[in-house]
Structure formats: structure tokens, C-alpha cells
Design a protein around this ligand. Structure first.
Ligand SMILES: Nc1ncnc2c1ncn2[C@@H]1O[C@H](COP(=O)(O)OP(=O)(O)OP(=O)(O)O)[C@@H](O)[C@H]1O
Ligand SMILES: [Mg+2]
Length: 254
């Protein structure tokens, strides 16, 4: 593995001394324009958003409102056209590709709607792909136990149900002990009961590992799990709601 020489990112889940206001992400006036031939698509039109240490945030909004664009920008998979995104005070918008890659590798776990597992590798090997390049990872077996898959270690993706595959994807995302877990419609392809099991795995990562978590969903019921619910509409934050108490995944009323 090559050692990067790029910008240093703050290492820990806790904000560095002097910046201990508990804010992990600070997005300011974030805009994203996609140029499609003659047409400009304004996916984000000036989003301000804070995400605090250990927080569970749910992101709601209609199709095309900019949810995935925003999550991808927070996670360093994409860059805004203008505006700033600070991670523990560090301006990600000043990072080059190499520094962003390192930021993702060291700090961010992603979970997507479709699980993106490697079909020719077992559950354990899929998780090991990530732990091999991480700094202080869990053992793959430990990560898979956290999502209740200790008895599926040697199964290939095709031998697992959709919900189990998604839990392998979550184990893979949390095995490197990321500071942030970003999930884009993690239950979108699952039935209710399976969705709850997957949400429990995400909840566990948030509560037991203290991972700051953001989950995009079309299902407003899931918002009851959140500390904060942010709604997007037409590329803008249209509403922010703080839940006084959050509901456990198992207790969600569908
Ligand atoms: N790579 C891209 N190139 C051009 N336009 C894009 C690209 N990605 C997204 N868009 C456009 O930006 C807008 C926001 O897209 P985004 O994927 O963020 O929406 P979303 O809220 O995640 O929607 P959904 O709920 O359907 O996933 C949409 O109008 C979309 O067509
Ligand atoms: Mg999306």
C-alpha cells in the first residue's frame, strides 16, 4: 500500500481540541450543477447542513430532490460546484482526488440500495477486502457478528437472501470502524421485516460504535429512528425536524 502525502485529516471520531463543538460535517451554501449538453441540472441549490458527532440523521425528499447528490458530496464521492463542506473543520472542497480517496478510506463507510458485493467471494472475504486496507479494523467475523451473520461467514452472495446481503454490506462498511456511515436507501430493495433487520444493524453501528450516521430513505416511517430529520425539496433543505426521542428500528410502526 502506498502512503499518501496529501492533506492530513483529523483522525478521530471526537472533534480535535479547540473544535469540540461536536460538529462532524458542516455544509454551507452547497450547490451542484450537472451540465448535460445544453441543459444545466441544478441538483443542489444552496444547502446548509450540520451533522453532529454520533448523530443519526435521516434524509427525506422526493425523487430528484438531491439526496444522493448531497450524501455523495458529504462522503467525498463527488464534489460540489460551489460552497464548502467541512469535515471536523477541514474543508473537503479543497482536497484533490487523492486526498478525497484517503478521506473516504479512513473515515467513511457507504451502504447503497444494491449491495455491491463481490459474487465470487464469501461473506467473510467480502468484508476482509476492506479490513485489509484499513488502519484499525475489526476482524471480519466480528463485523459479521454485529449484523447477526456469524453463521453465514462462508456463504457466497448468491447463497444469501437480499437482507443478508445488505447486512454483509453493512458489516463491510462498519468493519473499518468508520467515523461516518452514509446509507443511500439501504432498505429500498427489501420487504418490511427484512428492512427492520437491516435498520437494526445500522442502529447498532450508530449506538454501539458511536458512528455518525446518515440514512436516505423514501419511507417516512424510518424518520422516527432519527435524532434529526432533514427534508430536501428541489435541491434545497425544506424542513429540519428534531426528534425528542428516537424510536428503535424494531418498534417502528409501518
Ligand atoms: N451524474 C449526473 N448527471 C446529471 N444529472 C444528475 C446526475 N446525478 C444526478 N443528477 C440529477 O440531479 C438531480 C438530483 O439527483 P439525485 O440523484 O441527487 O436525487 P435523489 O433525491 O437521490 O433522487 P432518488 O430519490 O430518485 O434517488 C436529479 O434531477 C438528477 O437527474
Ligand atoms: Mg438517490
Amino acid at each position: 500500500m502506498t502512503r499518501d502525502t496529501g492533506v492530513e485529516h483529523p483522525p478521530a471520531r471526537r472533534p480535535p481540541a479547540g473544535a469540540d463543538d461536536g460538529v462532524v460535517f458542516e455544509a454551507r451554501d452547497v450547490r451542484k450543477v450537472y451540465h448535460m449538453g445544453e441543459v444545466d441540472v441544478h441538483a443542489l441549490r444552496g444547502v446548509d447542513l450540520d451533522l453532529s458527532t454520533g448523530e443519526f440523521m435521516v434524509l427525506l425528499g422526493p425523487s430528484g430532490s438531491g439526496k444522493s447528490t448531497l450524501l455523495n458530496i458529504l462522503g467525498g464521492l463527488d464534489v460540489p460546484t460551489s460552497g464548502t463542506v467541512r469535515y471536523l473543520g477541514h474543508d473537503l472542497t479543497e482536497d484533490d482526488d487523492r486526498a478525497l480517496t484517503r478521506f473516504r478510506r479512513e473515515h467513511v463507510g457507504f451502504v447503497f440500495q444494491f449491495y455491491n458485493l463481490v459474487p465470487s467471494l464469501t461473506a467473510r472475504e467480502n468484508v476482509a477486502l476492506v479490513t485489509e486496507i484499513a488502519r484499525s479494523p475489526m476482524r471480519p467475523d466480528e463485523a459479521l457478528a454485529l449484523v447477526d451473520l456469524e453463521d453465514r461467514l462462508n456463504h457466497f452472495p448468491a447463497q444469501l437472501s437480499g437482507g443478508e446481503q445488505q447486512r454483509v454490506a453493512i458489516a463491510r462498511a462498519i468493519a473499518k470502524r468508520p467515523d461516518v456511515l452514509l446509507c443511500d436507501e439501504p432498505t429500498g430493495a427489501l420487504d418490511v421485516e427484512t428492512g427492520v433487520v437491516v435498520l437494526e444493524a445500522i442502529e447498532r453501528a450508530n449506538r454501539e460504535l458511536g458512528t455518525t450516521t446518515a440514512v436516505i430513505t423514501h419511507n417516512a416511517v424510518i424518520a422516527d429512528m432519527a435524532d434529526r430529520v432533514v427534508s430536501l425539496s428541489g435541491g434545497l433543505v425544506s424542513n429540519v425536524r428534531l426528534n425528542e426521542t428516537s424510536v428503535a428500528a424494531r418498534e417502528l410502526k409501518w
